[in-house]
Unconditional design. Structure first.
Length: 399
């Protein structure tokens, strides 16, 4: 099994990196340079557009985090940030070289992967760089010679999940009069959703080279999402077409076991299905996203279309319904649309289903989404005109 997984992950790595070879900062094959002036403060909008978690730092400068996924957070200063695939972070950087007595005029901005200790995860272990330059300080550059090499930042170890957890725990909404929080206190719909990389049984006429003669898959609550081939769920729901999907996505896993322990091979298997979860308009929802150790445990950046949600809790091991909610943050939790579910752990989110329509929820790691780590929420219309799904525009292309 291990040999197969390593082989398939190397193939995926080649597919994902064969075009540009490495990850880049600001999508440039060359070195991106950011000119700054001493004494000014700059706002950086950071977007993770790769398939791995990243740490990011600027040598000789601290970053003040002020927002995530388009929502403000209580400002806090760090030497480096962590950002999951699909997430965004807004941070302030003050060009304060002179006030701190630093002489160099050039500093590296650097990003590199953060990955758990999973032998099946193969990746390009490279560091992406850009250069921050003090454009107004020509005196710092030697006359008639090359500029000195930029200083390089100290980044956390590639498997330093403790540093990532410590960073994430500092994300708190402003919770001010101008920016209030509206965390649902009374939950009407509780869901426990397991995240897993699985195998799918091959049919008798197929030859599969995955573990135990199966093919690779992924699932939520042991349902590997299969997109309809000749229709789409949005059209089917809007036009009341039957037979495209079913409305029986489970609110709980079909079997309770030690999700983060050694999982026996008979629990590796999953089945495909086009199952959706239907919510009444205005329902308050809690979804506990529980990672599993099936075929190893990756961190999963789970993204929900159509909504932002409050990340009210996160923890290691198996979620305990009787113990863990006591530690929820219901005062100032971060308001995000992508939550980084830790490996061998869980995250709890809450939201109000007040956006009628058909909404995709998926892992933002492309291979996991392609393998089936997705589902769909359908939020029904409410009574008020503004609580009804808008009609599709006449010129909207067909899927």
């Amino acid at each position: 099994m291990e040999e197969y997984l390593v082989r398939i992950m190397r193939l995926l790595q080649t597919c994902f990196t064969s075009h540009n070879g490495t990850t880049t900062l600001n999508a440039l094959n060359g070195t991106f340079k950011l000119p700054v002036e001493d004494g000014k403060t700059y706002m950086l909008r950071l977007i993770n557009a790769v398939f791995t978690y990243e740490s990011f730092s600027v040598a000789g400068h601290s970053l003040t985090v002020v927002g995530t996924d388009g929502s403000y957070v209580k400002p806090f200063s760090v030497d480096y940030i962590f950002i999951a695939p699909g997430q965004t972070v807004t941070a302030l950087l003050t060009a304060d070289r002179a006030s701190r007595g630093l002489r160099n005029a050039r500093y590296y901005m650097a990003a590199r992967p953060l990955l758990p200790n999973n032998p099946f995860v193969i990746f390009n272990n490279s560091t992406s760089t850009a250069v921050l330059e003090y454009a107004d300080d020509a005196a710092a550059l030697p006359s008639g010679g090359a500029a000195p090499d930029p200083e390089f930042p100290v980044l956390p170890a590639i498997n330093d999940s403790a540093a990532a957890d410590a960073y994430t725990s500092r994300l708190r909404s402003l919770a001010s009069e101008e920016h209030p929080v509206n965390v649902p206190r009374h939950v009407q719909e509780h869901m426990l959703v397991t995240l897993a990389v699985n195998v799918i049984a091959c049919s008798p006429d197929e030859h599969c080279q995955g573990p135990r003669g199966n093919r690779m898959g992924a699932s939520l609550n042991n349902v590997s999402f299969e997109a309809p081939r000749h229709a789409n769920i949005l059209d089917a729901y809007y036009h009341k077409v039957r037979g495209v999907h079913t409305t029986d996505f489970p609110s709980n896993p079909p079997l309770l076991f030690n999700f983060t322990g050694d999982v026996p091979p008979e629990l590796w298997l999953t089945k495909r299905g086009t199952k959706v979860k239907v919510l009444e308009y205005g329902t308050t929802v809690e979804v506990v996203l529980q990672n599993t150790a099936i075929l190893g445990s990756d961190s999963h950046p789970m993204h929900l279309h159509g909504f932002s949600f409050y990340v009210v809790g996160t923890g290691s091991g198996n979620f305990d319904r009787h113990r863990d909610p006591a530690g929820y943050n219901l005062v100032d939790p971060p308001y995000q649309n992508t939550v980084a579910v830790p490996s061998f752990g869980w995250s709890a989110i809450r939201f109000r289903a007040e956006n009628p329509g058909v909404w995709f929820m998926h892992c933002h790691i492309e291979r996991h989404m392609a393998w089936g780590m997705d589902t769909v929420f359908i939020v029904k219309d409410g009574n008020a005109p503004e609580a009804k799904m808008l009609p599709r525009p006449p010129g909207m292309p067909r899927c």
